[in-house]
Structure formats: structure tokens, C-alpha cells
Design a protein around this ligand. Structure first.
Ligand code: GDP
Ligand code: MG
Length: 597
């Protein structure tokens, strides 16, 4: 395809503003799939992605479109993830494009992730076409949202398209705008091969599949390619495009987006952002690439049944094949036995991995409190990264501790502002900015990630009745007055319940955790003290009183079948329990004990 007939674009939007629906419509209007193949939201392929309406891996689809000028164009649509945990993945997808459709729900207006995503698109110099979606809704307010796009984002919205991805109204104009308003790629077919590694994933039939954007030169089957950063050489087995069915093609030229396979064993060998070149005739220019995505949230994952440990290891290995940003290494816990310390891009990422492990691999798991990475500066001058509160060095060896801080952008109707400010202040936030666009407030706060990682997002949703949107990026590490708090159940420390907390908050958190555990741990035949402690100092205490003997006696009365049922039920319940010395702690206690409310 000649360069002038190629358009590479992404759709950027806040979650639920209609990105997937529009993508489906574009595929349908250009005949990319037959009606039978047209499942709703074809780009969100993973079951969980569909269920939660989120996209995690960049997906791409090539559309053939005959425009009003009579020419046929190749339109490559790269879908990008829409959640805050995956903003890093957005930026690399955008780098493979020349333009972006900015989709804004005309009944909602600009949201925090609209901003975050569109700024990323502006950063990589994309041409942006604003698209107001959901104009079929009675609540759509096109003029207000256009003004907001100009005021808040600062781009011209006078030629914004007005569409309904649901009914199809205006979708033909979107296709014309892609052709007439977005620039064609440039590139030199005669130059040495230079291509960007956009993404990679594991496919059961094809093995590792690499998504590429060719800048210069061409790439075809049999060619020896070199990943310049990874210093690895492979021979191409197949090049192709996704329509979104994987379709082999003879070659991929400049400006094109497609995939390659090359008997690559592991996704980890294909680092996103790497430059791919011809091993025999390499380019001299390495593309600027990306920062690797680093996990920011860590937690322990343990099998409820110790016999499942090997299955858990295998399952994690399989997930990792597809998701190089998920990390895990073996960990042993005095309380929970053998398991893994895992690293994630954020809390949603953590939840998704945990759910996939339980659902797709049928494992019963205990997840410990999520924690961020602390820099521990020791008195001997050395620094260690702490991924697990249980590994905190002896306080006498610690000079000071640094914690990660974020810059958070929150948008919400102004009536909820009071509650949001209070929440941010409670979480040690430092207000940076407060601006208005009509009745919507836009708040910028600096916050310690430690205070956000657990339930900040849930609390934000609840104080704003679901109307606030949130986005963040890590900015720096700052010293903090942090301590390790331990929880002792029946005088035994439960390492999986250790947390790192700001010393001003330790007392309240300790008390809250003890109260929660008192409710979460069932009564036993004996009295159980629950204590929170810093070093050797107890800062909070609760006691679970002993069960009266006749209560159990009563339970076991009655006929045999009822007794059997009770016993079975008990057995099933047992599976979700964990023995600590003489005390049984239910699995849910490990997460629930940490909720702040
Ligand atoms: P995404 O999160 O941006 O991918 O959003 P989706 O495409 O999944 O859409 C979110 C919700 O909005 C879904 O329930 C869609 O059916 C609905 N939706 C999308 N476009 C329109 C539209 O033009 N009009 C109406 N009324 N609903 C829409
Ligand atoms: Mg979607």
C-alpha cells in the first residue's frame, strides 16, 4: 500500500465513553468481519476484559475503507487500555500512530482518564480529532462538552464530530475524518529495516506473537531480524495483519502495522519499545523506546491448600507468558507457608491476575496486604528496596525510609468536592491545584502511594457517589516517618498481616485492624488476644472471648442426615481457613482486616 493511503490511529477515551463500541462500528462499517463473526466488542478478547469492559493488551485491526475521494485506504486501529494501571501501555500504542480519535461521552464530559490519555497523545505529537459520542442520549449536551474540551484540554473543538456509536449515526463521518484529517505515515522503503516493537503476547497456535510498526524498510518471511536492545537474533516465520483474524501477508512495508512470529520462546525476550532491524543490514538509528513498566504494587499470593503450590507456580508461569509486567518470585511465610511475592502495575492489575488464577486455573488463594516499594536507607550507608513488610530490617539498622509519591488528578461535580478534599487530607495529601470547568472541579493532589494503594479508589467512588474519576502517575520518592506494624494473634505474630504505616496513623490503623479481626476470626474454645505492635510495643488490643461449650453441643444434635450436612458444610468452610498455632483464621481476614472505613 502506498504511504499516502495508510492511516494509523488509536482511540483515546475515559472508560465507558464508548471506545470499544466505536471500534466495533468501524469494523462493521468497513466489512472487516461478517455479521456472524461480529461478536460485540471484538477487540476486548479476554473473558475478563469483556466482563469488566476493559482492554489490557494492545489489540490492532486493519480496515479497508473506500473513501468519498474514490481511493481505498488501509486504516490501522490500535486499541489501547483505558484504566489508570495501564497508562504505560497506552503510551506505547500511541507511539505507533499518527493520529487519535478523542472520544468523549456527550452526556458526561471530560473525565480524568480523558485528560491523561489525550495528554499522552499530544506528547507524542498525534493529530487529534475530537468525537462526541452518545448524542442519542437525552442528557447529551454537545455545546457544553465542546466548550469543556476547549477549556480543559485546550484543543479546538469547533469541528468535533457528533456521533452515536450505538445507533451508528455519524460513524461514516468518523471514517472520512480519519482519511482527511489525520496525516499519512512517512518512511523509506529502500532504507535498512527499522521497526518498533509495540507489544507481544503468547498465542496457543502461533507461540509468541510480536506486534510491530514498520518505520523504514520492509520485513518478510525468512528474514534474519535483530532486536537491537535485547541483542537477540531471530528468523521470521510469518508476517501478517490482523483483520482482526490473523492473516499472513507477503511483507510489511513502511508505515504498516502488523505482527510477526519467529519461534520466540518467551514474551520476556521481546522488550516493548525495542527497535527491530535487519541483521544483515542494520539501521544505525535506535528508536527512543520506552521505559520498562515497573511493578509498583506487591503482595503475597499463597495457596490455601499447600498441595496446590506447584500448580500455582505453573499457572503463574502461564500468565506471565502473556504479561511481562507481572512478576513473581517464591516466598515463604511463617504463617502461610510456601507461596509467591508478586509485583503488579496497580491494584486492578493485581485483582485481574488473582481472579484469573482462581477462575482459569481453579486455585483457592490467600492474598496478603498490597504494599508499595520502600527504599530503606540503612545506617551503614547502603540502600535496599523493600517489597515485603515482613522483610523490614531491624529498626536500629535503619537510618531513614523513603516512600513513592504520586501526582493524582481527580475530576468530579463540585458538590462532592468537600468529601474528596477530606479524603485526600486524611491520606496525607498535599493540594496542588483546584480549577473548575463549569460545575466540574479538577483537583490535583500529591499523595503517598502507600495511602492510595489499598482502598482509596473505592472510597473516592463512594464519597462522590461514583461520579469522581481518578488518574495518577508516580513522581518521586520522599522520606517518610514510616514504621512496621505487626499483628499478633494469640501472642503469635502473623507475618502476612504486617504492614508499613506512617507513624502518625499507626495507632488508628492498629486499633481498626484489631477490631476487624475480632469480628473476622470465629470464636474458639479458648480466649484469643489480638494485638497490634510496633517493635515490642503493643499499641492496640482486642480479645475474642471463648465459646461456651453448650453452643457446640446444640449444633450436633438432631438426625444423622442433618449432622452429615453440617459436617460437610464445616469441611467446605475449613478449606477457606488457615491454622495459626491453635487459632483458625479465615482467608478473607487477610484483606478485610486492612480496609479503612
Ligand atoms: P469503553 O469503556 O470506552 O470501551 O466503552 P464501551 O464501548 O464499552 O461503552 C460503554 C457503554 O456505553 C456500553 O454500555 C455501551 O453500550 C454504551 N454506549 C457506547 N456508545 C454509545 C452511544 O453512542 N449511545 C449510547 N446510548 N450508549 C453507548
Ligand atoms: Mg472498552
Amino acid at each position: 500500500t502506498p504511504l499516502k493511503n495508510i492511516r494509523n490511529f488509536s482511540i483515546v477515551a475515559h472508560i465507558d465513553h464508548g471506545k470499544s463500541t466505536l471500534a466495533d462500528r468501524l469494523i462493521q462499517f468497513t466489512g472487516g468481519l461478517t455479521v456472524r463473526e461480529m461478536k460485540s466488542q471484538v477487540l476486548d478478547s479476554m473473558e475478563l476484559e469483556r466482563e469488566r469492559g476493559i482492554t489490557i493488551k494492545a489489540q490492532t485491526v486493519r480496515l479497508n475503507y473506500t473513501a468519498k475521494d474514490g481511493e481505498t485506504y488501509v486504516l490501522n486501529l490500535i486499541d489501547t487500555p483505558g484504566h489508570v494501571d495501564f497508562t504505560y501501555e497506552v503510551s506505547r500504542s500511541l507511539s505507533a500512530c499518527e493520529g487519535a480519535l478523542l472520544v468523549v461521552d456527550a452526556s458526561q464530559g471530560v473525565e480524568a482518564q480523558t485528560l491523561a490519555n489525550v495528554y499522552q497523545a499530544i506528547d507524542v505529537d498525534l493529530e487529534i480529532v475530537p468525537v462526541l459520542n452518545k448524542v442519542d442520549l437525552p442528557a447529551a449536551d454537545v455545546d457544553r462538552v465542546k466548550a469543556q474540551i476547549e477549556d480543559v484540554i485546550g484543543i479546538d473543538s469547533s469541528e468535533a464530530l457528533e456521533i452515536s456509536a450505538k445507533t451508528g449515526v455519524g460513524v461514516d463521518e468518523v471514517l472520512e475524518a480519519i482519511v482527511t484529517r489525520l496525516p499519512a505515515p512517512s518512511g523509506d522503503a529502500e532504507a535498512p529495516l527499522k521497526a518498533l516493537l509495540v507489544d507481544s503476547w503468547y498465542d496457543a497456535y502461533l507461540g509468541v506473537v510480536v506486534l510491530v510498526r514498520v518505520i523504514d524498510g520492509t520485513m518478510k518471511k525468512g528474514m534474519r531480524i535483530r532486536m537491537m536492545g535485547a541483542e537477540a537474533v531471530y528468523t521470521i516465520d510469518q508476517v501478517g495483519v490482523s483483520t482482526p483474524k490473523k492473516t499472513p501477508v507477503a511483507e510489511l512495508g513502511p508505515g504498516e502495522i502488523g505482527y510477526l512470529t519467529a519461534s520466540i520462546k518467551e514474551v520476556a525476550d521481546t522488550s516493548v519499545g525495542d527497535t527491530i532491524t535487519d541483521d544483515r543490514r542494520p539501521t544505525t538509528e535506535i528508536l527512543s523506546g520506552f521505559k520498562p513498566s515497573v511493578p509498583v504494587v506487591f503482595c503475597g499470593i499463597f495457596p490455601v491448600d499447600a498441595n496446590d503450590f506447584e500448580d500455582l507456580r505453573a499457572a503463574m508461569g502461564k500468565l506471565r507468558l502473556n504479561d511481562a509486567s507481572f512478576e513473581f518470585e517464591m516466598e515463604t511465610s511463617a504463617a502461610l507457608g510456601f507461596g509467591f511475592r508478586c509485583g503488579f502495575l496497580g491494584l486492578l492489575h493485581l485483582e485481574i491476575i488473582r481472579e484469573r488464577l482462581e477462575r482459569e486455573f481453579n486455585l483457592d488463594l490467600i492474598t496478603t496486604a498490597p504494599s508499595v516499594v520502600y527504599n530503606i536507607h540503612q545506617t551503614d550507608g547502603s540502600m535496599v528496596e523493600l517489597h515485603n513488610p515482613a522483610d523490614m530490617p531491624d529498626p536500629v539498622r535503619i537510618d531513614h525510609i523513603e516512600e513513592p509519591w504520586i501526582k493524582a488528578t481527580i475530576m468530579a461535580p463540585d458538590e462532592y468536592l468537600g468529601g474528596i478534599l477530606k479524603l485526600c487530607e486524611e491520606r496525607r495529601g498535599i493540594q496542588q491545584n483546584l480549577t473548575y470547568a463549569g460545575t466540574r472541579a479538577m483537583l490535583v493532589y500529591e499523595l503517598p502511594l502507600n495511602e492510595v494503594v489499598f482502598d482509596f479508589y473505592d472510597r473516592l467512588k463512594s464519597v462522590s457517589q461514583g461520579y469522581a474519576s481518578f488518574d495518577y502517575q508516580i513522581t518521586d520518592y520522599r522520606p517518610g516517618n514510616l514504621v512496621k506494624m505487626q499483628v499478633l494473634v494469640n501472642d503469635e505474630p502473623v507475618d502476612a498481616l504486617s504492614i508499613v504505616v506512617h507513624s502518625d496513623k499507626a495507632q488508628n490503623r492498629g486499633r481498626a485492624m484489631c477490631e476487624k479481626l475480632k469480628d473476622l476470626i470465629p470464636r474458639h474454645m479458648f480466649k484469643i488476644p489480638i494485638q497490634a505492635a510496633i517493635g515490642g510495643r503493643v499499641i492496640a488490643r482486642e480479645t475474642i472471648s471463648a465459646m461456651r461449650k453448650d453452643v457446640t453441643a446444640k449444633c450436633y444434635g438432631g438426625d444423622a442426615s442433618r449432622k452429615r450436612k453440617l459436617l460437610d458444610k464445616q469441611k467446605a468452610g475449613k478449606k477457606k481457613m488457615r491454622q495459626f498455632g491453635r487459632v483458625e483464621i479465615p482467608q478473607e481476614a487477610f484483606i478485610k482486616a486492612l480496609k479503612i472505613d
